[in-house]
Each structure stands twice: as C-alpha cells, then as structure tokens.
Design a protein around this ligand. Structure first.
Ligand code: UDP
Ligand code: MG
Length: 321
C-alpha cells in the first residue's frame, strides 16, 4: 500500500496537537493506511513544540519540524511537503477542521482512480462571522476576475500524488500561494466535499491584517491586472485631456476664455491622486520583484524531532547570465 504523508502546519496549537495525532492515528489504523505525520511548528510561542516532540517520541510515524520564527502557513506547508517521504501527501489543519475521515476518502479515490490530485472543497463554510464571509467572497471574486482561477470554497486541504508534490517543490518562487499553485501545476484533479466542523480548541490564527495582506499578495502573485488598470486609467485620461484641450483652444480662439477655475483645481486633484495611486501599485510589484530577487529562504528550520541538527531550506541561487 502506498505511504501517505500528512503535513500539519501548527501555530500556537498546543491544545490540538495530541488530539490531531490521536484522531489521525485512529482513522488510519481503521482503514489500514500506512502513514506518516509531519507537524511543522511555525514559530509558536506556546507549548506546541513540546507537544509535538512528545507525540514523536510515542509514535515513530510522527515527525516534527520547528521554525526559527513564525514564517506563515505557506512556509510551513512547503517545509512539510519537502520533508514528506510518502507516495501521496495531504495538507491538513491542526485544529481538526479538516476531518481525517475525508483523508481516508481522498486516499481511496486516489488509490483506485487515475487521478493525481484530490481536492477537498467546503460544502458549506463553517461558522464564520459576516465580515470574514463577505471578505472571502470579494477575494475569490477578484481572483477569478483578474487571475482566471476559481478557488471559491477551496482550501489547502488536498491530497497530491508524488509527481505533483515534486513539481511544487521545484517552484523557485519565494512568495508562494499554495492553494492556487497546486491548481496552476495542473494534473488530473477530482473533488470531494466536506463539512467544516468547528475548531477543536483555541482561536483562528489569522488576524484581519494578515488576511488582508494574504489576499493582496495572492492576487498580485497571479495577476498583473492592477498594473494594467493603471495603463487603462492613463488612456482614459488621455482621451479626456484631448477633449478638454480642444474645448479650451476653441474658446480661446472665439475670445470667451477666463472662468474655468474649478475645472483646473478638479483636474489637478483627480490626476494627482490617480498618479499617486498608480505609483503605489507599480511600487508594490517592484517590491515583490525585490523580494524574489533577494532569494531568501521561505523558512528556516531550527530543530527537528529526528535529530537536533540545524538545517535550513537548501537553496540554489538563481542563474544569472
Ligand atoms: N497556521 C500556521 N501559521 C500561521 C497561521 C496559521 O501554521 O501563521 C496554521 C494553524 O496552526 C492551523 C492552520 O494554519 O493549523 C489554519 O489556521 P486557522 O485554523 O487559524 O485558520 P482558519 O481555519 O480560521 O482559516
Ligand atoms: Mg481553522
């Protein structure tokens, strides 16, 4: 039977580690699926790492990586995928909002069918507040409109075969967006649906600011539409300028000039703000380019449960001709 690797990013989840490990073990044993579980402690400030180390000691199928600081869920996912030795891999949240039953279902589908990716979609979004719901709707709508990727009701919860993970691991970009990258790479994909149960313990680890930055980052990673919008603005204003220029010239020639002071002020304000906004958009993309060019690692591992040696993502510098 092919080995299943379960990657679990964890940030301040001390109450959830043991429960997640136990639940997964129960379901994998019931279904007799050989598995390994890789917890990635994303720089937690509570007892998450102690809890992971404890689990690893009790169960040789469990391993852990510890980041030197909080690098974000994206870094944790990619660290886990790189570490995974299985023939297929699942990324699962630590709070049991991604039910292990669904993992068994996904594994069976992958095992018996000719598919490379089994994606779990939320059949309903769990209990979330209105703000969060509206925001995610807007975000996915924008992403669909400008990035041509449909991620509505998608999550990071999916099973991927070895070739898919290898392609993901080969991605050179530093600022990743796992949810979209895993559909960008293609492969034969099928979908299962799951109900999102409430969080096992603790609270959601995303702040509003984090979510907002995540949204902007993801959209810019998959689309240059904001920059093209700047060009369109420029074009609209050019047309406007030609019309207004002609009108001004004609009234000058006809001799009834003067007045029009409000027009000047309005034009100045509008054009000024559009230019500043545009510079901001362009600046944002330049900043992103700068981040990629620096080629810093996506994460730094300070400790693992296998051995106490330090390692960090081994990276090859990009080729400069
Ligand atoms: N997480 C992480 N690093 C972070 C934030 C979150 O590894 O900086 C993990 C977290 O421990 C959990 C998963 O990502 O396993 C999903 O987080 P959460 O449940 O807070 O998000 P939500 O379910 O509200 O989308
Ligand atoms: Mg959650």
């Amino acid at each position: 039977m092919p080995l299943l690797s379960i990657v679990v990013p964890a940030y301040n989840e001390q109450e959830n580690i043991a429960a997640a490990a136990a639940e997964v073990k129960k379901h994998m044993q019931q279904a007799s699926i050989p598995y390994e579980m890789i917890f990635v402690d994303d720089g937690s400030s509570d007892g998450t790492w102690q809890s992971i180390a404890e689990q690893a000691e009790q169960n040789s199928q469990i391993r852990g990586l510890r980041f030197s600081r909080n690098f974000g869920k994206e870094g944790a996912i990619f660290a886990g995928l790189k570490e995974a030795r299985g023939d297929c891999m699942v990324v699962m949240d630590c709070d049991l909002q991604h039910p292990p039953e669904t993992i068994v279902e996904m594994y069976r589908i992958w095992e018996h069918n000719d598919v490379d990716v089994v994606e779990a979609r939320k059949s309903s979004r769990g209990k979330e507040n209105i703000f969060y719901k509206g925001f995610s709707k807007l975000f996915y709508g924008l992403l669909k409109a400008v990035g041509k990727i449909d991620l509505e009701n998608c999550s990071d919860f999916k099973l991927m075969g070895r070739p898919v993970v290898d392609s993901l691991n080969a991605m050179p970009e530093r600022q990743t967006f796992f949810r979209a990258l895993s559909s960008w790479v293609g492969y034969k994909t099928t979908v299962v649906y799951f109900q999102v149960p409430p969080r096992h313990a603790g609270t959601s680890k995303w702040s509003v600011g984090q979510l907002f930055r995540y949204a902007i980052r993801s959209i810019s990673a998959f689309s240059t539409a904001p920059m093209q919008a700047v060009t369109i603005c420029g074009f609209v204003f050019f047309v406007f300028a030609v019309v207004l220029g002609l009108q001004t010239l004609i009234s000058k020639l006809l001799g009834h000039s003067e007045a029009g002071f409000p027009t000047v002020i309005l034009l100045l304000l509008i054009i000024g703000s559009i230019i500043m906004f545009s510079l901001g958009v362009i600046g944002y993309y330049i900043a992103r380019i700068y981040d990629e060019v620096k080629f810093r690692p996506r994460y730094i591992v300070s400790e693992t449960t296998d051995d106490k040696t330090r390692s960090s993502e081994d990276i090859q510098p990009p080729h400069h001709s």
